[in-house]
Design a protein. Structure first.
Ligand SMILES: [Zn+2]
Ligand SMILES: [Zn+2]
Length: 95
């Protein structure tokens, strides 16, 4: 699949995607939007071929921003609870 872009008149670095009509500044980043099997970070548009790679990226790069995202926040809370449970188990074993 090959994407084509139209230059947006009056703008030096804005392009219009001929597939979805979206105005984009970074053609290479937008390229991945139309590739199935690619996982794109909604915050920084980084793309990964595997969803778990994207999840790892999201967790480490956007831990602060993830507060705004309910799904991610729930996920983070679940992780925290897991950690707390593990800690309690350790404490119980010790005592
Ligand atoms: Zn597009
Ligand atoms: Zn990102």
């Amino acid at each position: 699949m090959r994407l084509t872009f139209d230059k947006v008149p009056g703008s030096c670095n804005l392009h219009r995607c001929k597939i979805c009509g979206k105005h984009v500044t970074h053609i290479r980043n937008h390229y991945h939007v139309h590739y199935p099997g690619r996982f794109e970070c909604p915050l920084c548009r980084a793309t990964y071929t595997r969803s778990d790679n994207l999840r790892t990226h999201f967790k480490f790069k956007h831990s602060a921003e993830s507060e705004k995202n309910a799904d991610t926040k729930d996920h983070a809370n679940a992780q925290l609870q897991l950690a707390a449970t593990a800690h309690n188990d350790t404490m119980n074993t010790l005592s």
